[in-house]
Design a protein around this ligand. Structure first.
Ligand code: KG4
Ligand code: ZN
Length: 366
């Protein structure tokens, strides 16, 4: 059934191509700042990447080129609107895989130019960070845990456009650790859900895996050592029976959840002073779908006097509704971009944040 647009609402088309999902969505924002989704189309590319065991940037970019026009058409059709009804086109301009970003940004620029629309370049992390505004009407400030395939960060969301990074990962992102664990145990892609499914039948106490960074005062993360510990256990047991895999998945999941819970515990005290009197812990990104992690975070939130807000799983993983919403929020503040706005592979939300422990030539990955 078509939804009739309210003429006082601002309609924004969102485009997302930063990794391996091609997505387009239409979101409406009322003058009072309420949002609703008119259309939300996501096409995952797992089939194209499966035989390589991970996302191949060139294949991702080509897949975006091949289907983005069609995905935009589908979103506009599902929203039952024409381009003349839109106020703006919002597009993820970074951070992410540069080939895919260029596909999205170029398409958004062409649409903006052809239809006389405002253009809003959206930071993918900001889109994740603001999703609770769309789903629950929750406004900053709040503490955000962003856990995805590419990012693991704790951020103080002070306002739209104002972020302070409290913690980041010094090696792998949490989703990446799930994906690599799945790969080394011979489970399919996407890895996170595969590990979670296998872990249901597992006995986590069978293996003593490390809890990285436990007790450190700075709320940074590390998962590479945990992943390596799983590999050593797997090598020692090879060939693996199904029960071995389930036990390793469960042990990995418990260790990861405990490590993250400990890191969030380290951040809640710092954040509380800025958040009073409304303490909210928001979790976003694909790994937020993980039930064991959610349960661990619910405990941390409850004991620290925080409310826990997690968007529904379909809006935790990459989608364009969050991009359209972040675009609508920026547009409402008069923040638009010129047709010369670049795509950026790296684009930190808090450019002032010091590199975490100075790992590697470029500092921490995030
Ligand atoms: O936010 P997202 O869709 O894409 C990025 O921006 O990276 O997150 C994808 C990540 C993948 O690493 C995937 O394995 C992980 O989220 N993931 C999960 C679960 N569902 C997705 N990890 C653990 N448990 C899950 N249920
Ligand atoms: Zn993401």
């Amino acid at each position: 059934m078509a939804i009739t647009p309210d003429t006082r609402e601002t309609l924004v088309l969102g485009i997302e191509t930063s990794c391996d999902e091609t997505a387009a969505a239409v979101v409406a924002r009322s003058p009072a700042g309420h949002g609703r989704i008119l259309a939300n189309v996501v096409r995952a590319q797992w089939e194209q990447h499966r035989r390589y065991g991970g996302v191949v940037p060139e294949i991702a970019a080509r897949a975006h080129v091949e289907c983005l026009d069609e995905i935009v058409r589908q979103a506009m059709g599902a929203a039952a609107i024409g381009f003349a009804d839109l106020a703006a086109v919002a597009v993820t301009a970074g951070p992410g895989l540069i080939g895919g970003l260029l596909v999205g940004v170029t398409t958004a620029k062409a649409l903006a130019m052809a239809h006389g629309l405002a253009l809003v370049a959206v930071n993918h992390l900001e889109a994740h960070a603001l999703t609770v505004g769309l789903t629950e009407g929750l406004r900053p400030p709040y503490l955000l845990l962003l856990v995805s395939g590419g990012h693991t960060q704790l951020l103080l969301v002070r306002d739209v456009g104002r972020y302070r990074r409290l913690g980041t990962t010094i090696d792998d992102a949490l989703g990446e650790a799930f994906d690599k664990t799945a790969k080394l145990l011979g489970l399919g892609l996407p890895g996170g859900p595969a590990v979670e499914r296998s872990a249901v039948a597992g006995r986590p106490e069978r293996f003593a895996l490390p809890r990285p960074m436990l007790g450190r005062p700075e709320p940074h993360f590390s998962f590479a050592g945990l992943k390596t510990a799983v590999r050593h256990q797997a090598q020692a047991l090879a060939p693996l029976a199904e029960q071995d895999i389930a036990d390793l998945c469960a042990a990995f999941e418990v260790a990861a959840a405990e490590s993250v819970a400990d890191r969030v515990r380290a951040a809640v005290a710092t954040a509380a002073a800025e958040l009073e009197p409304r303490r909210h812990l928001v979790v976003a990104g694909g790994v937020a779908a993980n039930r064991r992690l959610r349960a661990a975070l619910a405990e941390v939130a409850a004991s620290a006097g925080y409310a826990l807000n997690v968007p529904p799983p379909a809006l935790c993983t990459d989608n364009a509704a969050m991009v359209a919403w972040a675009g609508a929020e920026r547009l409402a503040r008069g923040w638009t971009d010129g047709l010369d706005v670049p795509a950026r592979a790296r684009w930190p939300l808090d450019p002032d944040a010091a590199p975490a422990l100075g790992f590697g030539r470029l500092g921490a990955k995030a």
